[in-house]
Write a new protein. Structure first.
Length: 95
């Protein structure tokens, strides 16, 4: 018996921005370009992201930032990490 795993998609720059608690889609475009935010585009150029990948991106990015002791950070990303904390992020991944 096969089990199908369905990832939760967030469609559109506005929805991705809202996921991060942001009001401007410009920030999402900036994070995609500068910090490799995992967003994708379908053949019609519609932007979407997989929720669990966004959460993992936040976790990994913050871990690397701390390891390298750099202050360079996507605006708001570390603040989001602090507000939601790891346990809340894990809940978001699980649904």
């Amino acid at each position: 018996m096969e089990v199908e795993v369905v990832e939760e998609l967030i469609v559109g720059l506005k929805q991705i921005a809202a996921f991060f608690g942001l009001k401007k889609v410009h920030t999402i475009r900036e994070w995609e370009e500068k910090y490799h935010l995992p967003v994708r585009r379908d053949p019609s150029n519609r932007v979407y992201a997989i929720k669990s990948e966004l959460v993992n991106w936040l976790i990994i990015y913050d871990r690397e930032r701390r390891k390298n002791k750099t202050k360079q950070t996507p605006r708001g990303a570390v603040k989001i990490m602090m507000e939601r904390k790891l346990t809340n992020l894990e809940k978001m991944i699980d649904g």
